[in-house]
Design a protein around this ligand. Structure first.
Ligand code: SF4
Length: 98
């Protein structure tokens, strides 16, 4: 994976979390994770209706890597992203997006 896609994944806090899995600078990635995690923890989890609506949008989106179930715009695993209440679609496709 090129450095360009790595920069895209830095665009969202949840994307930063998943950088921990496959990039080389573990200390920087850990710092990114720690700086973004409180927002997600404080907001809690999405309710079932929100998860269903978000999943419907992601599964029909051309930006989804179907095999990996990962958004190609932000790098997030959508199964996790859609469950975090504070998460946002990088292309404003989720219901309720402003
Ligand atoms: S988060 Fe948004 S852009 Fe990414 S796959 Fe889902 S609907 Fe598409």
């Amino acid at each position: 994976m090129g450095s360009g896609s790595g920069n895209l994944r830095m665009a969202t806090p949840l994307g930063r979390i998943f950088l921990l899995m496959d990039n080389k600078n573990i200390i920087e990635q850990f710092n990114n994770f720690i700086s973004s995690a409180p927002d997600y923890i404080l907001a809690g989890l999405s309710d079932a209706d929100t998860i269903t609506a978000r999943n419907a949008k992601c599964q029909s989106c051309e930006h989804l890597d179907l095999a990996a179930q990962r958004c190609k715009l932000c790098g997030c695993y959508v199964w996790a992203k859609m469950r975090a209440a504070a998460a946002k679609c990088p292309d404003n496709r989720w219901p309720g997006a402003t």
